[in-house]
Write a protein that binds this ligand. Structure first.
Ligand code: UDP
Length: 239
C-alpha cells in the first residue's frame, strides 16, 4: 500500500526540552498535548512504538556538576526528572485512548513498572506504547544512549531522534547561516567530524548494532508521520 508505514517497530527519542515549548523550564501542557496527538496518530497506523524521554527540561546532571554538585548524584536527579516527563507523556497519550506502560530503569513501583525487556516486547506486541523512563539507570550516561540501548534490546528497526533542528548539519544551524544539512551521513563520519547527533556512546552503540538513526525536527507538525511513512525527512545516519 502507498500509505503504509515502512517500519514495524520503532523507538522514538524525545528530548526533555521538547516538552518546554517556548519556555525555558519544565513542562508546557499545550506542547505535551500536541506531541501526544502526533504520536497517537502514528501509533494508530499500526506501528509498534517505544519512547525514551529525556529530562533536560527539568534537570541536567552535567550542568549541575559544573556548578559544583556531585556528578553521580546530579545524574540520578536527572534520571528522576525523566520519570516525571514519562508520566506527563503517559497521561496525555492515554487521554487519547492509547494504552501505555511506563517502565523505569530505577525501581519506582508505585508509579511505573520496572524495566523488564521481555515484558516490554510483549506490551509492544499487544499494541501498547512503552515509555522507557530513568534512562539507562546509570549515572554518566545520557538518554540518547538509553534510546540506542533500548532500541537494540527490543529489536526496533530504527531510532527516531526528534530534535529542534531539521537534521544533522556540518556546523550549528542556530549559529551559522551557511550550515549545510546532510540527507545521509555515516556513523564514522559523525564520530570523526564530531557532528552533533547524539553523544559518542550512543552513536557507537547504534553503529555496532547496525541501528539506523533518523534525526528530524519535532517542531514541524506531521514530521513523525512522514518519517514513519518513509518520506525523506531530516538526516539518515547509518553504517
Ligand atoms: N541521565 C543519566 N543516565 C542516563 C540517562 C540520563 O545519568 O542513562 C541523567 C543525566 O544527568 C542527564 C539527565 O539524566 O543530564 C537528563 O537526561 P538527558 O540530558 O539525556 O535529557 P535530554 O537532553 O534528552 O532532555
Amino acid at each position: 500500500a502507498k500509505d503504509a508505514p515502512i517500519y514495524r517497530r520503532v523507538l522514538l527519542k524525545l528530548s526533555g526540552e521538547a516538552l518546554m515549548g517556548d519556555g525555558n523550564y519544565g513542562i508546557e501542557p499545550r506542547v505535551i498535548e500536541e506531541i501526544a496527538e502526533e504520536i497517537a496518530q502514528v501509533h494508530h497506523l499500526g506501528v509498534e512504538m517505544a519512547l525514551v524521554i529525556g529530562g533536560g527540561n527539568i534537570f541536567r546532571g552535567v550542568s549541575a556538576a559544573s556548578k559544583g554538585m556531585d556528578r553521580a548524584t546530579a545524574d540520578y536527579m536527572g534520571m528522576l526528572a525523566t520519570v516525571m516527563n514519562a508520566l506527563a507523556l503517559q497521561q496525555a497519550l492515554e487521554k487519547r485512548g492509547v494504552t501505555t506502560r511506563v517502565q523505569s530503569a530505577i525501581d519506582m513501583k508505585e508509579v511505573a513498572e520496572p524495566y523488564i525487556r521481555r515484558r516490554a516486547i510483549r506490551h509492544l506486541e499487544k499494541g501498547r506504547i512503552v515509555i522507557f523512563a530513568a534512562g539507562t539507570g546509570l549515572p554518566f550516561f545520557t538518554t540518547d544512549t538509553a534510546a540506542a540501548l533500548r532500541a537494540v534490546e527490543i529489536g526496533a528497526s530504527v531510532l527516531l531522534k526528534a530534535t529542534k533542528v531539521d537534521g544533522v548539519y556540518d556546523s550549528d544551524p542556530m549559529k551559522d547561516s551557511k550550515a549545510r544539512k546532510y540527507d545521509r551521513v555515516t556513523f564514522t563520519e559523525v564520530l570523526q567530524k564530531n557532528l552533533k547527533v547524539m553523544d559518542a556512546t550512543a552513536i557507537s552503540m547504534a553503529r555496532d548494532h547496525n541501528l539506523p538513526v533518523i534525526v528530524f525536527n519535532l517542531r514541524k507538525s506531521g514530521n513523525i508521520r512522514k518519517v514513519i511513512m518513509g518520506k525523506t525527512v531530516g538526516t539518515l545516519v547509518e553504517g
